[in-house]
Design a protein around this ligand. Sequence first.
Ligand SMILES: [Fe+2]
Ligand SMILES: [Fe+2]
Length: 241
Amino acid sequence: MNNKHSLQMTVVYDNNPSSEKLQADWGFSCFIKGLEKSILFDTGKEGKILLSNMENLGIHPDAIDLVFLSHEHKDHTGGLNALLSKNSKIEVWLPNFFSSIFKNMIKNKGASVREVTSFKKICNGAYTTGIIKGWIKEQSLILNAEKGLILLTGCAHPRIVKIIATVKELLKENIHVALGGFHLAAYDESEINEIIEQFQNSRVKKVGPCHCTGDEARRLFAEEYKEDFIEIGVGKEIRVQ
Ligand SMILES: [Fe+2]
Ligand SMILES: [Fe+2]
């Protein structure tokens, strides 16, 4: 793929604490700078917390061109309403199965809705996987950095291993960083180790499991990935060439 980018990602919402001036709360949101458009991936659960964390991190609502929503769970979509009250010029990319109540809320704010079904370019350097089927359907975000692909997942409900396989199938390139909720809290140690092995077999270079990944899975990923494990918490900044 052409158009490789140097990216800066800032976690603005996560249940894992990292900085005293920021509020940790159940949910996930990450701000991405360095592409043609500035993207907010998911919006956390509470608008108040999202906006106050953004303010403390120096991210103005006007700096966001586009919001990408992984799935319609409150801990990923709850902050959108408050954000659109501050900036209604935002384009909101969401899977087409979102409720009409939610889509209408966006339109009533004066913002635009982009409904996703399948793999698509969002702007230079950013792609949606399209809807990935599972017990709860979800879309994931793919960014094209110079070092390789960056994968952002919300809760990874369709299963993280399936999402990784989908990305590799779609873009035929290795994943440099996989970051977000991996949803492994219900898995036992041997199951998690098997999943980590699949990550390594798929040549996922670095991992930043957070949000709903589960503490045990985070610990096992840290043990296995060593210096390639990124400890994520609210306020964490990740730069990728
Ligand atoms: Fe979640
Ligand atoms: Fe979820």
